[in-house]
Design a protein around this ligand. Sequence first.
Ligand SMILES: [Zn+2]
Length: 352
Amino acid sequence: MWYVGAQSKPDPNPVVGNPATSPVSVVLISIDGLRPDAVTKLGANTLPHFFRLRREGAFTDNARSARDYTITLPNHTGMITGRLVTGPEGHNWTINRDTEFPPDITLHKQKGSYLDSVFAGAHDYGFRTALYASKSKFSLFDVSYNESNGAPDVIGADNGKDKIDVFQFKNRSENVVDQLERAMKRDVYDFVMLHIRNPDTAGHVFKWNTEIPSPYMASVRKVDELLGDVFEQIESNATWRGRTYLVVTADHGGATGEKQHKTIQNPENYTIPFYVWGPGIPAGADLYALNPETRKDPGSLNPELHEGIPPIRNAGAGNLCLDLLGVPAIPGSTVNSRQDLNVWPPIQQESQ
Ligand SMILES: [Zn+2]
């Protein structure tokens, strides 16, 4: 059973200088269990790379996880499918431990119909995709979009059923980022999703304690170093420099003084950051201010899917990434399905 104790899939095309297909590359970074107030509390001197995202990019500290689940795999499934969890429009994936996966399970089997994703969207348009994860359960995504379980590519040239070209898994985020750094030196992906687990791991063992110092806050400092490693690769390689977008968010936060993040009524669990950085993204902009008609700061609430003007959600990340790549929205998605999350300066938006 390949998904239990997952193995990484070797890079099938480790040739130096694999050319980019898209004019841009998009790196989606999910930081497991990251609370936005941990970042603001630690500040710019301690977290130079988080604050680079804030200074040079557009962001909010008040984005939302899914409505009914503030746990890891349902929220990451939301990011890649553009759906919330429950109901007929949801992706319906609620299992969080790979030890509890039914045999031969895929996202599609659980849903009862095929679930499209950001990987399929990018890959079917001929783009090179990768997933670098630091928890073994992410193999669910690799298995769901492999040669056997991915849908035929009916868009343009046939790029095959395996929608994730490279899947890498290591238990330590530092090792995952090392692998990605090595790949970035020799190669370029059009879309890559990177999962960093440190804040979640610290929170589960030592509680989501945002006092300084605490193991949780130390884990956020470590993530800042890893973001610095990614920035360094983007800037030191001509294949990435000047054409790469970062979309950085979290799956959920965590409850102060507790070792969990599953209580969906607790704002500390559903309040997450959302950063967008790259060429043309307005420096220091508030994402809600860039979207006055289509997104509404939810205050301390987490609205239902069709309840009023929606907040910015982690589940909108997949469709934003495809938008940046110039690819239409994920079929069947409901979050940012119009790809109307604006990340450009207002004046450029008018001229488009
Ligand atoms: Zn998580």
